[in-house]
Design a protein. Structure first.
Length: 157
């Protein structure tokens, strides 16, 4: 069970492997798409309605991120290889302390950001290196199956 303090003001998350099932679907025309669970979409809505700031830092560029970001007023950074630099920018921009944000990620490009965050969360199918981070919390839900929503419920309930 995810445990987070009431001091959290912002949720910062990776996208693929957290909100998606970490799969890319490619049709015969070469068009790529991803599946997003509505539990997680509702999670973004709940965060927004409850006054939480939300940020997405993705290693990939994805139109789904743009759509969700516009709908729920989410800061999004796409095509980011050095996520820690962007995380530090977000922390500074919003004047956040270590007690005021949570970072969610699942793979090696999230490693530095997860190590930086006092409250770090991943999914059960994360890379082994991520699962070995001291004090990292692991959702019960797998990626793309309500993992973000599990974090949201821990904050709001």
């Amino acid at each position: 069970m995810i445990k987070l303090p009431r001091t959290i003001k912002m949720v910062i998350t990776d996208f693929d492997g957290i909100v998606t099932d970490n799969c890319v679907y490619i049709d015969e025309d070469g068009k790529m798409s991803r599946k997003i669970n509505f539990k997680d979409v509702m999670g973004f809505s709940i965060l927004s309605k409850n006054g939480y700031k939300i940020g997405i830092i993705s290693g990939e560029k994805n139109k789904a991120i743009d759509i969700i970001s516009e709908k729920f007023q989410i800061e999004n950074y796409q095509g980011i290889r050095k996520k820690l630099e962007v995380l530090e920018t977000i922390i500074k921009k919003h004047g956040l302390t270590d007690e005021e944000f949570v970072y969610i990620g699942d793979d090696v490009n999230d490693y530095d950001s997860l190590c930086r965050a006092k409250y770090a969360i991943t999914v059960p199918c994360a890379a082994k290196k991520i699962l070995e981070i001291p004090n990292i919390q692991v959702t019960t839900a797998r990626s793309g199956e309500g993992a973000l929503r599990e974090v949201v419920d821990a904050l709001v309930n």
